[in-house]
Design a binder for this molecule. Structure first.
Ligand code: HEC
Ligand code: HEC
Ligand code: HEC
Length: 428
């Protein structure tokens, strides 16, 4: 299903500021401890990003989520009795979060990531419940009606979907792999639902793989016109070249020596993963590092030094090279190595090597902003070139960066840029 990335990012920026100052209080009594644990889990699970509309009150819902089947809205999950979930019992809340059934029996669309939350432990759902009741201010705000096309408008059909795709089984533990790995598996597969974006979906939108036993799990997928990259151990398009500490750094700050975050992942970092404890960040990284490459890329990236002198001497012998030196080189460098943590490298960058160039096309058309995080006071901008350069020029530029400095990804066609430009104009 599709995510309104730009809206989410705007909401995220606002919320990161809003929530940033709240530090978990040292809780003396068990009930307060539960609320604090729930507050943390709600952050990691990123309930707020979807359940808050642009400029709206936290958790009051109303964010439109556009999907191929129509538009639906997140709902009000503040403890308001009339319009929110104030009258939900713990059992009803649990059923909504882990099985996708609302209090009134309404089946929820899997835009609410209950297939991942289904794998959460009951005590964690109870802590979430404690927090949602005690730590969130009630807001009176009615839920907009979903506008889904027939037959998707028939919520009862979701019974069938759930029978096919909802696995009630908890996250598989493996004592031999140690505490970090097991904690990481639980966070990645359950609470933090990384697979909801990074695992490809099949017919009827079911995730093709829920854990490391499937080769498709976290192998890269399309999310609202972006490509959520391969998180398995592949050297070129995955995280094979990233150390455990570098993965943790990326999730904490939205940048590291290899890449910077943008689009939907900047939202995830701004509202959720930047708040993970160092131990949880390390656990997630440890788990990801244990995943063998899904695409069998075992050869490490080798930087090719022959591109830089050609650009510096003005030997523009391939399409896109002149534009690269004119528009991109000031920030990303003649050697494609950028300036780590400020201007990401393009050489050996998994986004640049991604078989699906969707994110690259978006970045060039519209530009991007790095994640808003507490550790970095400034967010850097990548300018958009959609108004300066035509589709063929943008395609040439992308083909150039995908085929130089040692990058070996397929060219990008003019048609691919044209299609995306039209889509973006239609949703503007
Ligand atoms: C990726 C977006 C997304 C995230 C993340 C998300 N939700 Fe939802 N949630 C939705 C949407 C969309 C709906 C409405 C679905 C529908 O109308 O079928 C929903 C519905 C619900 C409902 C049903 C309420 C009602 O009566 O309508 C509850 C409860 C809920 N979410 C709780 C949570 C909690 C708690 C979290 C965090 C643990 C969370 N959600 C995270 C998108 C999300
Ligand atoms: C809302 C969808 C969404 C969710 C949820 C999500 N991601 Fe992402 N992620 C993306 C997209 C889109 C990208 C590509 C943009 C980028 O590289 O910043 C991405 C990029 C990344 C990257 C950078 C990869 C690279 O090669 O540059 C890492 C690492 C990552 N995600 C890890 C995670 C982890 C771990 C989780 C769970 C804690 C997660 N993501 C959850 C959408 C998502
Ligand atoms: C003013 C400096 C600047 C210029 C000029 C610039 N970029 Fe960027 N670029 C950035 C910044 C900053 C980011 C990180 C944005 C983000 O992560 O949201 C970025 C990100 C990217 C990325 C994504 C890599 C990643 O890991 O995040 C690509 C690809 C890219 N730029 C290509 C280009 C191309 C091609 C051009 C020329 C048409 C260009 N850039 C011009 C600053 C610049």
């Amino acid at each position: 299903m599709l995510f309104p990335a730009r809206r989410l990012l705007a909401a995220a920026t606002l919320l990161a500021g809003l929530l940033g100052g709240i530090a978990p209080a040292a809780a003396a009594d068990p009930a307060a401890a539960d609320v604090e644990r729930g507050r943390y889990l709600a952050r990691i699970a990123n309930c707020v990003a979807c359940h808050t509309s642009e400029g709206g009150k936290p958790f009051a819902g109303g964010l439109p989520i556009r999907t191929a089947a129509g538009t639906l809205h997140s709902t009000n999950i503040t403890p308001d009795a009339a319009t929110g979930i104030g009258s939900y019992t713990l059992a009803e809340f649990d059923r909504a979060v882990r099985q996708g059934v609302a209090r009134d029996g309404r089946r929820l669309y899997p835009a609410m990531p209950y297939p991942s939350y289904a794998r959460m432990r009951a005590e964690d759902v109870a802590a979430l419940y404690a927090y949602m009741r005690a730590g969130v201010a009630p807001v009176s705000q009615r839920n907009p009606e979903a506008q889904m096309r027939w037959p998707y408008s028939m919520r009862s059909l979701l019974v069938v979907w759930n029978a096919l795709y909802l696995s009630g089984s908890p996250v598989r533990t493996d004592a031999a792999k140690g505490a970090e790995w097991n904690r990481g598996a639980y966070l990645v597969q359950g609470v933090a639902h990384c697979g909801a974006c990074h695992t490809p979906r099949g017919w009827l939108y079911g995730e093709k793989g829920l854990d490391e036993r499937s080769k498709r799990f976290l192998s890269g997928a399309s999310v609202e016109g972006w490509s959520a990259t391969n998180l398995t151990g592949d050297q070129i398009t995955g995280l094979g070249a990233w150390t455990r500490a570098e993965i943790a750094e990326f999730l904490h700050t939205g940048r590291n020596a290899h890449a910077t975050s943008f689009g939907p992942m900047s939202t995830v970092i701004s509202t959720a993963t930047q708040y993970m404890t160092p131990r949880d960040l390390d656990a997630v990284a440890a788990y990801l590092k244990s995943l063998p490459g899904a695409r069998g890329e075992t050869q490490p990236f080798r930087h090719d030094a022959s591109t830089a002198p050609r650009l510096l001497q003005g030997r523009y012998d391939s399409p896109g090279s002149r534009q690269y030196s004119q528009f991109c080189m000031p920030c990303h460098g003649a050697d494609g190595k950028g300036f780590a943590r400020v201007f990401p490298p393009l050489a050996g960058n998994p986004t640049v090597a991604d078989p699906d160039p969707a994110s690259l096309v978006n970045l060039l058309l519209n530009g991007a902003v790095t994640a808003r995080v507490n550790t970095a006071p400034t967010d850097y901008h990548m300018p958009g070139y959609g108004w300066t350069l035509d589709n063929q020029e943008l395609a040439n530029l992308l083909t150039f960066i995908r085929g130089n400095w040692g990058n070996r990804a397929a060219p990008v066609s003019e048609a691919a840029v044209a299609v995306r430009r039209r889509e973006l104009e239609a949703t503007r």
